[in-house]
Design a protein around this ligand. Structure first.
Ligand code: CTP
Length: 410
């Protein structure tokens, strides 16, 4: 089917795709494919071998994708390690037309050009579409290399039978565009169970100002929220992280820095309408100074300071009563020092949540500031799941394993 009439599957929209091009005659077909994907909202970045660049000029790919094309390991001014940067960035890698040469080099773990090095640095699913002369395709050396790649988890889209550039009719033609797109979508679906979803995560303790230099806060480090945001992004979600804390940024996570509970609520209100899931890991202060001094309170002139505190409305319960949050799956987090399950259950019901993660802050080896956590995840259907001590990132993945199947079907 011609590319301009081949529908791009929804899973690929918004996806970060690295398109790796090697030196075969069918390379020209990839320009159309890159264009169709970019028009469908996919973020496409292209890297090509020197031979591929002799078949199709990099400006063609740059023109249709809007992104600079990598043609070597040393050429990128922006990044000292372009292959690592591209491998890290990509949520899916598609290599085509995969020649006998590139298949052999990938199978043997070579990394001496931008295409092989990116594949070695990749962390995401890889789909390859071989295309070559039929005699080359049928050779045991090529078939064994293809089997090796398959065994390592690479999806191989079989070439088709038909007219080849050599004039022969045989098996070796690059597969039809609809098959290429379907293989990419299948790879995305099996790996990214949050593809196409919007997730909001909150992280860190809010800071409620006393004056221009002092605030009231708590021990929350924000690590659990960052772990949840990264885990959701790695599963394909578009994530907004509303945070008071600073930790390394993660692809696919958009940061919104806030300080106070009021600022956090404003960001949440701006985002909640489009969201599928809200994970409220922030430790929102329960009280704030009733008045904030507009300049620094001086010790000399203030021998005794009494602060009057007012209570802060419950953000997640407030949002839950608003129309925009209808249908958003809301997960709360409860830091408890006794009666985990009972306290957690009571909070889930009181705050109108669909799930709550209760964790034990009386333990010294988990909780605030630690890289580890442990707790229990409870849902409104009465099910409850103990999570033994594990890293916060592992816990984030386990929480999502439980939550994702419960999200409303799109
Ligand atoms: N939360 C909120 N707004 C607040 C306080 C808490 O949205 N003002 C959210 C937290 O982000 C968390 C959940 O409610 O997801 C439970 O927080 P927790 O502090 O345990 O609940 P509280 O109602 O403040 O109960 P406690 O008196 O035990 O602190």
């Amino acid at each position: 089917m011609p590319l301009d009439r081949t529908p791009v599957p929804d899973e690929l929209r918004g996806l970060r795709l690295a398109l790796l091009v090697s030196g075969g005659i069918a390379a020209y077909k990839l320009v159309d494919l890159a264009s169709a994907l970019a028009q469908a909202g996919c973020q496409v970045r292209v890297a090509m071998t020197q031979s591929a660049a002799r078949f199709v000029g990099p400006p063609s790919f740059q023109g249709v994708t809007g992104n600079a094309v990598l043609t070597g390991l040393w050429l990128s001014a922006g990044s000292p390690e372009p292959h690592v940067e591209l491998g890290d960035w990509a949520q899916l890698i598609f290599l085509a037309p995969a020649t006998a040469n590139i298949i052999g080099r990938v199978a043997s773990g070579r990394s001496d050009d931008i295409v092989t090095a990116t594949l070695l640095a990749a962390r995401c699913p890889v789909v390859i579409a071989p295309a070559m002369n039929d005699a080359m395709w049928s050779k045991p050396a090529v078939q064994e290399n293809v089997a090796t790649l398959r065994h390592r988890g690479v999806t191989v889209v079989e070439p088709e039978t038909g007219h080849l550039a050599s004039g022969h009719v045989g098996t070796g033609r690059l597969a039809d565009a609809s098959k290429l797109l379907k293989a990419m979508a299948d790879a995305v679906r099996s790996r990214y169970d949050l593809a196409g979803r919007r997730v909001i995560v909150t992280a860190g303790g809010t800071r409620e100002p006393i004056d221009t230099v002092r605030f009231i806060s708590n021990y929350s480090s924000g690590k659990m929220g960052f772990a949840l945001a990264s885990a959701a992004a790695d599963r394909g979600a578009r994530v907004t992280l509303v945070t008071t804390a600073n930790h390394p940024e993660h692809h696919g996570v958009e940061l919104r820095h806030v300080a106070t509970a009021d600022e956090m609520l404003a960001e949440l209100r701006a985002e909640i309408r489009a969201a599928d899931l809200l994970m409220m890991a922030a430790a929102v202060a329960d009280f704030r100074p009733a008045k904030t001094a507009t300049s620094k309170i001086r010790r000399e002139s203030t021998p005794k300071l009494t602060l009057e505190l007012e209570s802060i409305p419950d953000l997640v319960a407030t949002l839950g009563r608003e129309k925009d949050a209808e249908g958003v799956f809301r997960v709360g987090f409860a830091a408890e020092d006794s009666d985990l399950a009972a306290e957690g259950l009571e909070k889930m019901n009181r705050k109108g949540l669909q799930a709550i993660v209760a964790n034990d802050i009386s333990r010294k080896d988990t909780g605030f500031g630690s890289d580890d956590n442990a707790g229990v995840v409870m849902f409104t259907d009465g099910s409850s799941h103990e999570l033994e001590k594990m890293t916060k990132r592992e816990m984030a993945d386990r929480i999502l394993d439980l939550v994702v199947p419960r999200l409303k079907k799109t």
